[in-house]
Design a protein around this ligand. Structure first.
Ligand code: COA
Length: 324
């Protein structure tokens, strides 16, 4: 049994932080950031929280799907920046929207989080245990950013995106294949640590800088090798050629990573929509944010063959092929 996306929604904080604003905060320049990352601005939460952004995105996805909160069987939120560890952000969303019949839980898989949450919903629905799910990616990365570290603070933004998915009886429709993987031994390449982490506590990262830590070159190498391989596996499982894909909706980490993946797959950049210039890297929110933009603008159409792929901390990666 396949699952299909019936509705999308998203939410961005009001405040916009431009590259020019960042020039006043750290030793950087608009030209450096645009050239190396493709980013011009990002949204930063002031009054918004992960839960409030996730809730707004969820409400819009439900409205787009024409569903009531009472219809929802399952809520999965992918996040690594929830305000509190317990209760989960998904339980907060459940309470806010009044989805009293749903089971709700979070997944933390950094920038692959949305993909893994979608795949989890797919597996539940395929098993027959649930019929539908709200799958949400939501982050307030600004809460863990070291605003004095120019090598990371320019890269990230806040936001949330959501999809409503349900089982699909129609042959050849919905999600056709899923692939995923993790390389836990490379976890030190990219990690997030909360500001309030106990500085006296010994752990494997002792002595390294707090907040977001990233070896940019290693992450880049991992992404441009592992992601195309994962996408190719998902394409082969679905019996689809890269040349027949209408849209590759990738995690928006860096324009150069997306360009390198496009080259490796032999598919032109016109098939790789981007919104990274306006949002920065929003981790687990980036794919559903972009999907919502494509859905609402009509760029993604019924019958399109679409590949989704996420990758990031863990290290983790995943892809799925779907017929919209
Ligand atoms: N502004 C200006 N200069 C900066 C800067 C900034 N914001 N950040 C770093 N620099 C400097 C560095 O200090 C370095 O200076 P040096 O040569 O004097 O030491 C120089 O720019 C080049 O740094 P380097 O790290 O080699 O740049 P790069 O071309 O590799 O680009 C990234 C850096 C982070 C953009 C790149 O490695 C990347 O995209 N990595 C993947 C990151 C990512 O996507 N992470 C999330 C995955 S989910």
């Amino acid at each position: 049994m396949a699952i299909t996306i019936k509705g999308t929604g998203s939410s961005l904080p009001k405040k916009v932080l431009t590259n020019f604003d960042l020039e006043k905060m750290v030793d950087t320049s608009d030209a450096w950031i645009r050239e190396r990352t493709g980013m011009s601005e990002r949204h930063i939460a002031e009054n918004e929280t992960v839960a409030s952004l996730a809730t707004e995105a969820a409400k819009k996805a439900l409205a787009d799907a024409g569903k009531d909160a009472a219809d929802v069987d399952m809520i999965i939120v992918a996040t690594c920046t929830g305000e509190v560890m317990v209760p989960s952000t998904a339980c907060k969303v459940q309470a806010e929207i009044g989805a009293d019949n749903a089971v709700a839980f979070d997944i933390n898989s950094a920038c692959s989080g949305f993909l893994f949450a979608l795949q989890t919903a797919g597996a539940y629905i395929a098993s027959g245990m649930h019929k539908n799910a709200l799958v949400i990616g939501a982050e307030v990365l600004s809460s863990i950013i070291n605003w004095e570290d120019r090598s990371t603070c320019v890269l990230f933004g806040d936001g949330a995106g959501a999809v409503f998915v349900e089982n699909c009886e129609e042959e050849g429709r919905g999600i056709l294949s899923m692939a995923q993987g993790s390389s836990g031994s490379k976890g030190g390449v990219l990690y997030f640590r909360k500001r309030e982490a106990d500085p006296d506590k010994e752990d494997e990262y002792e002595g390294k800088d707090a907040f977001v830590h990233m070896n940019g070159a290693e992450v880049y190498k991992f992404a441009v090798r592992q992601v195309p391989e994962c996408i190719e596996k998902a394409l082969a499982d679905a019996g689809v050629k890269a040349a027949d894909v209408d849209l590759f909706v990738l995690h928006q980490a860096n324009i150069r990573i997306i360009e390198a993946i496009s080259k490796r797959l032999g598919a032109g950049m016109e098939h790789f929509p981007v919104n990274i210039d306006k949002t920065g890297n929003t981790s687990s929110a980036s794919i559903p944010l972009l999907l919502d933009e494509l859905n609402r603008s009509g760029r993604i159409k019924a019958g399109d063959t679409v590949v989704l792929s996420g990758f990031g901390g863990g290290l983790t990666y995943g892809a799925c092929v779907m017929k919209w």
